[in-house]
Design a protein around this ligand. Structure first.
Ligand SMILES: Nc1ncnc2c1ncn2[C@@H]1O[C@H](COP(=O)(O)OP(=O)(O)OP(=O)(O)O)[C@@H](O)[C@H]1O
Ligand SMILES: [Mg+2]
Length: 267
């Protein structure tokens, strides 16, 4: 599968031009990250890719067919930047069951999906709680559990890591590996360059509603990120300052430490 935006522009009703002529194609089995500062258009682009808003010009297609012509609601799931925008049921359990119920699965299958999604995110015990009486991180996890329970072909995740703790981030990274393996399309909006650098197969750098650079994670070494208000990944910043000629640019601090240890004389 291939989800493509071709020459897409979008302005909000008050005239703010949020997306200005963007083209991109994301493929099955790949994690793509939209990386950019506040107001660069990441959330708007995800909303466009979800079909919840329509481009004022250009097109969005899945395998060449305009998403407006598809049963796209079942194919595509979105995690909103603010989880409370999507938690609508009176209890956590009912909320997570909305997706599988929409798929008209049997009650047993719905129950199984709800339980496994809640368990995966460490939410067992919160089933009967109102989504409005959760911590910020818990609310994010419930919204993510709802998406996993729906299990669409296209996952659009808006800042999925921003309020998660260490365990939550590990679960998210493991989920991304699994989704890749199962051939899903995954698009993540984030301003966390460390996260993008580690998980993305392809990165699109946004500024002012445009894509200013794109490529594999190596693109982060090539663009002056601070100039657009994004901090470069910590491992890359340290690597650049040390400029050690003997090691590859590391993916995270742990691999940087491992690589540097190998260079040090053993004591
Ligand atoms: N409902 C709205 N009405 C008018 N303008 C909006 C609306 N929502 C967003 N914008 C504007 O559209 C532009 C892009 O916003 P968007 O939310 O897509 O940015 P973002 O990259 O997701 O930022 P953030 O990192 O803060 O989440 C900004 O200039 C923003 O002020
Ligand atoms: Mg946003």
């Amino acid at each position: 599968m291939e989800l493509c935006a071709q020459g897409v522009s979008y302005s909000y009703p008050d005239g703010t031009r949020a997306i200005d002529g963007i083209s991109l194609c994301v493929s099955s089995g790949e994690v793509s990250c939209l990386l950019g500062p506040n107001g660069s258009g990441k959330s708007t682009l995800l909303l466009l890719l979800s079909g919840l808003i329509r481009p004022e010009s250009g097109s969005i297609t899945l395998d060449g067919v305009d998403i407006g012509k598809l049963e796209y609601r079942r194919t595509c799931g979105i995690l909103f930047q603010n989880p409370l925008d999507q938690l609508i049921a009176p209890t956590v359990e009912e909320d997570v069951s909305l997706g599988p119920r929409q798929l008209r699965l049997s009650p047993e299958e719905v129950e199984a999906r709800v339980r496994s999604s809640l368990a995966r995110l460490g939410l067992l015990g919160l089933e009967g709680r109102s989504p409005f009486r959760l911590s910020g991180g818990e609310a994010s996890k419930v919204a993510l559990a709802g998406l996993i329970a729906l299990d669409p072909e296209v996952y659009l995740l808006d800042e999925p890591s921003s309020s998660l703790d260490l365990k939550g981030i590990e679960v998210l990274k493991e989920l991304l590996r699994e989704l890749k393996g199962r051939g899903k399309i995954v698009v993540i909006a984030t301003q966390d360059s460390d996260f993008a650098y580690e998980v993305a197969d392809r990165i699109y750098i946004l500024s002012g509603g445009r894509i200013i650079a794109e490529g594999s994670s190596e693109v982060l070494s090539e663009v002056e990120l601070e100039g657009i208000g994004i901090r470069a990944p910590a491992a890359l910043r340290i690597y650049r300052r040390l400029s050690p000629p003997l090691i590859e640019p590391p993916k995270n601090i742990e691999s940087l430490i491992d690589a540097l240890r190998k260079l040090l004389p053993s004591s």
